[in-house]
Design a protein. Structure first.
Length: 119
């Protein structure tokens, strides 16, 4: 079992920065790729980005590339999402997830943290 808890969300203005954190516990999460997703009101959940188990490799959606950065500290069992130059369209609930069973499917999810960007 893996437990994930996100934190760091809040209300910010357009252009501001915010860093989300995801604390992992349970199985050795350093063995697994981790992802960030988001869901805006009335929309489906969308992929934001992903980081490999080692932290060496990352991949992002086109909508956030260049503004959002994922990192991880395996010793602390933490995954981070640094968000810069935030836009109102970034408003969503942000979730972290772990790909445990297979590297291409996320089977453990956090409860989410709300990010609201005002214009």
């Amino acid at each position: 079992q893996v437990q994930l808890v996100e934190s760091g969300g809040g209300l910010v203005q357009a252009g501001d920065s915010l860093r989300l954190s995801c604390a992992a516990s349970g199985r050795t999460v350093s063995n697994y790729p981790m992802g960030w997703f988001r869901q805006a009101p009335g929309k489906e959940r969308e992929f934001v980005g992903r980081i490999s188990s080692s932290g060496i490799s990352t991949r992002y959606s086109d909508s956030v590339k260049g503004r959002l950065t994922i990192s991880r500290d395996n010793a602390k069992k933490m995954v981070y999402l640094q968000m810069n130059s935030l836009k109102p369209e970034d408003t969503a609930i942000y979730y972290c997830a772990a790909a445990v069973t297979t590297s291409n499917a996320y089977d453990y999810w956090g409860q989410g943290t709300q990010v609201t960007v005002s214009s």
